[in-house]
Design a protein around this ligand. Structure first.
Ligand code: IMP
Ligand code: MG
Length: 175
């Protein structure tokens, strides 16, 4: 089954351009920015975003997962930590999607404890109706409805990540 298009490729491209311009302007005075990508979903967004930034960047990754505990998901688990030390650095977390917000909340707390010079968040998509935790999102690409989205890095059971657009699928009919 082919996912139904929610956000076409060209629209994503224009929005990533806008986000990159805003971030580049906001960090124009910074000597360096550490981009922290959340694996695996953020890899395509991060690759497109970082190539459009004009501020000098380092790129690093963390991998996080929710323990499976029923449909709602359990606590967040750190699977892979950063290689770079972020103490005293300007940190920008780059994430594909914020649903309940637990994953990003956990990562934000974890990195804040390392005393970066600053820490902000950039998310490609957000499901505003689903947010369960208090979170400041500094840069948001798109607000989306409460549907399961795939493509542009986002998956369903590890499928659909490499679609160039963001689509929606009906999870009740997926094998
Ligand atoms: P949260 O902790 O509930 O905010 O969940 C965030 C994580 O759940 C994301 O990093 C994704 O891995 C996954 N996720 C939530 N909603 C979707 C979706 O619609 N499509 C693909 N992944 C999703
Ligand atoms: Mg993710």
């Amino acid at each position: 089954m082919t996912p139904e298009v929610l956000i076409p490729e060209a629209v994503i491209g224009r929005r990533v351009d806008e986000l990159a311009r805003k971030i580049s302007a906001d960090y124009a005075a910074a000597d360096e920015l550490v981009l922290v990508g959340v694996l695996r979903g953020a890899f395509i967004f991060l690759a497109d975003l970082t190539r459009r930034l004009t501020v000098p960047c380092r790129v690093d990754f963390v991998a996080l997962s929710r323990y499976e505990e029923g449909a709602e998901g359990g606590p967040v688990r750190l699977i892979m930590d950063l290689r770079v030390a972020v103490t005293g650095k300007h940190v920008l977390i780059v994430e594909d999607i914020v649903d309940s917000g637990h994953t990003l909340g956990y990562l934000h707390e974890m990195l804040r404890a390392r005393r970066p010079a600053s820490i902000r968040t950039c998310v490609l998509t957000r499901k505003p109706d689903r947010l369960e935790v208090e979170l400041t999102l500094d840069y948001v690409g798109f607000d989306i409805p409460d549907r399961w989205v795939v493509g542009y890095g986002l998956d369903y059971g590890d499928r659909f990540r490499t679609l160039p657009y963001i689509g929606v699928i009906d999870t009740s009919t997926q094998a």
